[in-house]
Design a binder for this molecule. Sequence first.
Ligand code: B12
Ligand code: SF4
Length: 574
Amino acid sequence: MVKQKKILLVNSPCLDARQGEDAGMVPLGLYYIGSLLIENGYTTKIINLADNRENPVARFQKILKHEHPDIIGFSVTNPNRLNAMDCARAARKIFPDATIVFGGPAPTFLSEYFLRACPDIDFIIPGEGEITFLELVTELGKKQHKTFEQIKGLIFKKGDDLFKTSPRPYIKNLDGLVHPSKYFAYQFLAMSRGCPGKCSFCGSPKFWGNSIVRFHSAKWFADEVQTLVKKGITHFYISDDTFTMDKERVIEFCELLMKEKLDITWNAISRTDFIDEDILLAMRKAGCIQLSFGVESGSQKIRKILGKPIQQEKIIEAFALTVSYGILPRAYFIYGSPGETDQTIQESIDLLNTIKPLSAIFYLLVIFPGTYLYQSAVNKGLLTDDLWHQKIEDLPFFEMDTNLDFTKVKAFGDRLRSEFYNKVDTFAQNINLVDIKELYPFHAEFLSRLAMTFSHGEYAFDTRVKHQDKTSKMLYDRALSYAPDKRAFLGLAMLMQKKRLFNNAILFLEKGLAHWPGNKDLNICMGVCLMNTGQFKTALQFFQKFKNFSETNQYINICHQQITGQKHEREHKL
Ligand code: B12
Ligand code: SF4
């Protein structure tokens, strides 16, 4: 019997360290490819070298010696390409006969650079990888007469030349792919591939096929979510480029989620010209809590240069509508764009103050191969692909623009960020919500979640943000004006506790526990408040409901010590 090939699919870390849990996420595409291979009988493992800062090559060498792979596929972006190539070289040394394949956005647009910079790469699969990779693996499994020229969508070296086989057609029926959730658990997922947009800084349209968008059915996508929920996932990041572009499909998906009564939350990304009240209502009821929009700039002139000439009124309307349905609107702004000046940054600041986003991210414009801006810089002779031999992650646009420089561009970013963080408390204090009765509990949940970011979350520890306690108190109170909400009762109690007003805290907790007697956080907080008022016996009753949880053990011990007359500690904190 011919031995089936053993395959490793690898996500390597970016060159620069990153903060936050996003940094180490395995690309969704590897789950799609992995599940198709497993379904076809291949032993396949996904190796995530980006989930910590350990030396990726040393870590990979250890894994290789243990796994003995026949085929290794790397998912490669420009920022992680250098580590991917180092790992490929290491693999070649240990297993000279292994087949090494590169796929993903970077090799798709830089095949020549990769095959020359790293001769250890055997094949590049540009674009959508599932079918091509499966066909390649099947061919490699043949004992003899292996030919690769007939496999569509492959790039490899023939002698000194690059050989490209005929292009691989895009997968028409995405539902025909294997559900990645059958074999893996993850939080990032997408219903569509492609975007109808033409933004000059974005590689997505060219990568997925200009103006071609393909979709999973709403049913397939809802099934995917449901399987992941069964695996314990409760929050999702829907990563479609423009999630709301097909309104009926999104509403159908939301209805399927509601029908299943899934207790989940999710974020999505869209464009301000693809939003209306019907879709927001459905999304909110189905668990959507955050919607991000690429605003890019407050200057109409720059938005046009960036290929996103959406009218100002549309942007303002989309933000107002989104927040009014209790979905946190997040804005992406870009600075350091062609034509950027102090005046255009002021226009971005003015727009920021009009749309009042509750979260905002400010990106310095960088350009990648596959984008219009990169190609036009190449055409003007400002750069060549040899640039990528340097130890850089990406290419800031300002480096190619004589009107811009680092100092100027940094100041632009600083101005935008300081404006946002100085104002976000007032944005949060001035939210208008729609008056729809069935949304009241959702409004309460939205306001209390936002309050938490000011009292205990991201904004609580940011020195640029003002009036955190006042803002969170106002939001918690407002939440309770819509409906009882456990997070609001807990948050108010914790604010009181912070001021050492333990009896006031106890009053809020009593109200919360009247609605949710079994809620762990409310019970533990109540126990801690009671300890601080010297009521150890009563406190113990609250902790004992959760005696199997590690966080309650220390409190239970202290209560026992106090009740039996041992040492007293002065203040107890959560
Ligand atoms: C969601 C998303 C994220 C999420 C989650 C990623 C995830 N877990 O899937 C988060 C927020 C974590 C993220 C992070 C970053 N991202 Co991102 N991200 C995206 C986005 C919007 C969607 C990705 C997606 O889910 N696509 C759908 C799946 C099915 O496709 P896929 O994963 O690309 O896989 C397919 C093909 O690429 C190919 N393929 C991929 N890997 C392999 C491997 C082999 C062996 C083969 C054969 C084929 C193959 O086949 C797959 C199936 O068809 C894309 C834009 C886009 N629309 O594609 C940007 C995008 C991939 N991100 C990008 C960037 C730059 C980043 C960051 C570097 C940002 C930063 N500065 O920190 C980081 C780090 C990424 C890294 N590991 O290097 C760029 C990459 C550009 C480039 N040329 O390098 C993109 C293209 C956006 C852009 N600017 O144009 N990202
Ligand atoms: S930036 Fe967004 S809207 Fe523009 S082309 Fe890319 S994915 Fe589409």
